[in-house]
Design a protein around this ligand. Structure first.
Ligand code: PLP
Ligand SMILES: N[C@H](C=O)CCC(=O)O
Length: 430
């Protein structure tokens, strides 16, 4: 595969962009080699600067659930652009968006639009702190909630990929207020809450973790957490930036039947544009300025172009609910294919999957938390990533990320993914 143009643009980028990329995991540091610069994308495929095509299994890290180039969304964007790129005043599209989100996501009675998932989680914990008048928050090892200072403690995603889960630049004072617990360990969570009685404002988690690879909640875990928060007056926040509108129209909270007090959203909600949101019970959301005293604002929040894209996306998902079965069936076929490949090759790697999210871990341990995720052989992962890339399948360039499917992936792509997996596994074990 010729990659000369990507190579030369990456060299050029080093002089003006830190590390040559605008988000660390894009840099391929964890898998060796150099990043591929994309030129265009359509349906299930991305095309790079050198004209190579790849089946896309990251889908912009989640947002492109319908694949690339969906005309419903691009037409809505074109129309919005003709009216204005930004007013800095309220618009009707924001009201339509708020009503749609409230009708789709069980926990949300009121919602505030922001510009990214990071803004959503940062704002949500500020509101939870204001509401409870407590300072501490609990997060889980290997979960990632964006790059807000409070969350860069035992963080997953790029922080884990770069080996810096506790980032320099976060003050000791901030770090002290973030308590961390192993994912899926209810006893450890109860003990931490007991040790910090009446001091914990919020427990925030990815209800299905995607930032240490895909890790699902064990049976009863989310329910037990709900009960604990009720008993202790703690605000339960589901960070559904990844899982929102992806695992079900109402997100993981609909799939698992557990309603948090607050929810953070991003990715799919913008249809590919930079958008985030946080919402929850009226009583809590009425703490937000100008209704309440907790300040949060944004020059471009509720941007009309982003609202146009997001509205089309959410309306489509709401009205075409059978696509969630289609996505699940695509995932099941791929995972069954991978398992059969491993049987043929005498391998026993671990696969986690739910809906349209899945990960293969290069370990024979069952992966249920960050510790077990870290038992994956990262060297083998790097070889696997590159072997798949050479065959035209673009995976997340880190073990500590989930893969995302889109509805554009059909039978031909499933076959190509499964065949590539067989060849890649065979090649790296020969
Ligand atoms: C669960 C989760 N929360 C928050 C974020 C932060 O979102 P953003 O990258 O849009 O700031 C991400 C992704 O980056 C995420 O996966
Ligand atoms: N895991 C991150 C978000 O989901 C990956 C995207 C990024 O940080 O660039």
């Amino acid at each position: 595969m010729e990659k000369g143009k990507s190579k030369s643009v990456f060299a050029q980028a080093q002089s003006t962009i830190p590390g040559g990329v605008n988000s660390p995991v894009r840099a391929f540091r964890a898998v060796g080699g150099e990043p591929i610069f994309m030129e265009s994308a359509s349906g299930a495929y991305m095309t790079d600067l050198d004209g190579n095509q790849y089946i896309d299994l990251i889908n912009s890290w989640g947002p492109m659930i319908l694949g690339h180039g969906n005309t419903l969304i691009s037409d809505a964007v074109k129309e919005a652009v003709t009216k204005s790129l930004s007013f800095g005043t309220p618009t009707y599209a924001e009201v339509e968006m708020a009503e749609l989100i409230c009708s789709m996501v069980p926990s949300i009675e009121k919602v505030r639009m922001v510009n990214s998932g990071t803004e959503a989680t940062m704002s949500a914990i500020r509101v939870a702190r204001g509401y409870t008048k407590r300072d501490k928050i609990i997060k889980f090892e290997g979960c990632y909630h964006g790059h807000g200072d409070s969350f860069l403690i035992a963080a997953g995603s790029g922080a884990a990929t770069m080996g810096e889960p506790d980032s320099p630049g976060v003050t000791r004072g901030t770090a002290q207020d973030t308590l961390t617990v192993a994912y899926n360990d209810m006893e450890a969570l109860k003990a931490t809450v007991a040790e910090n009685k009446d001091e914990v404002a919020a427990i925030i988690l990815e209800p299905v973790a995607g930032n240490m690879g895909c890790v699902t909640p064990v049976d009863g875990y989310l329910q037990a957490m709900r009960q604990l928060c009720d008993e202790e007056g703690i605000v339960l926040i589901f960070d559904e930036v990844m899982t929102g509108f992806r695992l079900a129209p109402g997100g993981a909270q609909e799939l698992y039947g557990v309603t948090p007090d607050m929810t953070t959203l991003g990715k799919i909600i913008g249809g590919g544009m930079p958008v985030g949101a946080y919402g929850g019970k009226t009583e809590i959301m009425d703490m937000v300025s100008p209704k309440g005293p907790v300040y949060q604002a944004g020059t471009l929040s509720g941007n009309p172009v982003a609202m146009a894209a997001g509205l089309q996306m959410l309306r489509f998902l709401n009205e075409n609910r059978s696509l969630y079965q289609q996505l699940e069936s695509t995932q099941q076929k791929i995972v069954a294919g991978f398992k059969s490949n491993m049987d043929k090759l005498g391998l026993n790697y671990s696969i986690n999957a739910v809906g349209s999210m899945f990960s293969i871990f290069f370990t024979d341990q069952s992966v249920k938390d960050f510790e077990t995720a870290k038992s994956s052989d990262l060297e083998v992962f790097g070889k696997y990533f590159n072997a798949m890339l050479e065959r035209g399948v673009y995976l997340a360039p880190s073990q500590y990320e989930t893969l995302f499917l889109s509805t554009a992936i059909g039978e031909a792509e499933i076959e190509k993914i499964v065949t590539s997996n067989y060849e890649a596994l065979k090649e790296i074990h020969s």
